[in-house]
Design a protein around this ligand. Sequence first.
Ligand SMILES: C[S@@+](CC[C@H](N)C(=O)[O-])C[C@H]1O[C@@H](n2cnc3c(N)ncnc32)[C@H](O)[C@@H]1O
Length: 217
Amino acid sequence: MDKGFGEFDYWGRFASSYDEGADYVVGGDLRRDVARILAGERDLGGLLEWGCGTGYFTAQVLSAARCVTATDISEEMLTMARRRLAGQWNVTFRRADCEKSPFPPTAFDTVLMANVMNTVSDPRRVLRESHRCLRYNGLIIVIVYTDWGMGIFERLQVALRYLRRFGLPPPWGLRNYSPDELGEMVSKAGFSDVSLTVVGDGPRAVYLKAKKLVEVR
Ligand SMILES: C[S@@+](CC[C@H](N)C(=O)[O-])C[C@H]1O[C@@H](n2cnc3c(N)ncnc32)[C@H](O)[C@@H]1O
């Protein structure tokens, strides 16, 4: 397990089974529904993705983006994403830590992160980093799976499925956001025009979009 990049690589060991594991835990329908919404986005310009994983959601934005920089802290995940998107001309892959990235300020039109805010040790820092990397009027898209709104029994079932596929969560825990909680966090990080969509009726996904309308916080 590689710790050399400053962050414990929790997900790398699941790279080859991640998609099947995520389908098992939250359901393939939910993942497909979110992918469909993402595929409907337009004019994404130069897009930076944090935590691209196997490239499942990256594939959905390629036609609406001029170019995509797909990043992940895990080299194993990047290998899977490169494989999935081999031959796509407008995507490049780079190993990067979304809590302290190498990208210059205001370099991107869009920042996308799917299921990253719930797994990183410092999600506020990721939002600050996203704000820094976005140009004025740039768009942030945050997707998170959540057990918000589910009954206790259903939540336990999701937790059990997670344990079966992925074992114990990372040492700093996994977060389940309510839409309001996620919206407030994003607003506090300096984003405006926050819109929220809840997808699914078992395990859900919160699909958030917001704009960087202020240059400096
Ligand atoms: C739950 S997976 C989600 C993968 C993909 N976005 C999806 O939704 O299918 C979280 C991903 O974020 C990556 N990740 C975790 N911490 C990170 C960090 N600090 N910087 C960049 N990527 C990170 C993991 O390696 C993993 O690929």
